[in-house]
Ligand binder design. Structure first.
Ligand SMILES: O=C(CO)[C@H](O)[C@H](O)COP(=O)(O)O
Length: 264
């Protein structure tokens, strides 16, 4: 069973696993290096951009796209906008996973019709943690509900990230795993989940769906993410949680050794 526990913020540290050859640790995936490392030091944003642009190569004209949320996904959306305006890409439709992404897509001229397309060909999104099975923690940007809805139905779901997101087990970064709960009597769930309430600018964090976010911190990496998900999801008023299990079809990780593509 998952252990959900409250830890003080002073205990939070981000562990950054290095990008070593991955076939052994990510045994369910096939691995290939597709971009050679550059000799200049790349910033974390450079790495995010590299991963995002590699994912965009998978887009074909006519596709319905799930557009992710967060700083890495934003690089993908930017690149889609550039390809559309240069004419290299056409006839695509985006399903944005947040109001932020919707605004970005609109500003770039990407056609976005959230509710009229029951089919999604390809979703591209970032992640907060990626484990060796390509299971994920997502949603620290607060968009987990729409992200999960879109990415669950996508034919293909490509995750893009820099290598600081790699963990041996979900929960292993020591950072928060978000849970979206309805506002009504949210403290019932705060108490039940024994966790911290997330705030933004001194106010409660309210999602695009007018719900609240409760952050969970795990004492140690989860042994069974599915069991943890069931445990969290059983409480009335819990809308969604940030464990994205068995959903990613590929993960593209950029690190100092280049861009690595891991496939399910
Ligand atoms: O799930 C998300 C937003 O809800 C993001 O994809 C995740 O938080 C990663 O963000 P970033 O690319 O900025 O590190």
């Amino acid at each position: 069973m998952a252990s959900l526990s409250l830890v003080s913020s002073s205990h939070l540290t981000l562990r950054t696993p290095s990008l070593t050859p991955r076939r052994t640790s990510h045994s369910s995936s096939s691995v290939s290096f597709s971009v050679k490392a550059q000799s200049v030091a790349l910033s974390q944003d450079d790495l995010k951009k590299l991963a995002a642009e590699k994912a965009v190569e998978a887009i074909r004209p006519g596709m319905v796209l799930g557009l992710g949320t967060g700083s890495t996904a934003a690089f993908a959306v930017d690149q889609i906008g550039k390809l559309l305006s240069s004419g290299e890409l056409h006839d695509i439709v985006g399903i944005p996973t947040s109001k932020r992404t919707e605004e970005q897509a609109r500003s770039l001229g990407i056609p976005s019709w959230p509710s009229t397309h029951p089919r999604i060909d390809l979703a591209i999104d970032g992640a907060d943690e990626v484990d060796p099975n390509l299971d994920l923690v997502k949603g620290r940007g607060g968009a987990l509900l729409r992200e999960k809805m879109v990415e669950a139905v996508a034919e293909k779901f490509i995750v893009v990230a820099d290598d600081t997101k790699l963990v041996k087990g979900l929960g292993g970064s020591g950072l928060a795993m978000p849970v979206e709960v309805v506002q009504f009597c949210w403290k019932f769930n705060l108490v039940r989940l024994r966790d911290l309430f997330r705030s933004l600018g001194g106010k409660a964090y309210v999602t695009d769906n007018s719900n609240y976010i409760i952050d969970l911190y795990f004492k140690e990496p989860l042994k069974d993410g599915f069991a943890a998900g069931r445990e969290i999801g059983k409480f009335e008023g819990v809308v969604e949680h940030g464990l994205f299990l068995g959903m990613a079809t590929s993960v593209i990780i950029a690190g100092k050794n280049g861009v690595e593509v891991m496939n399910k």
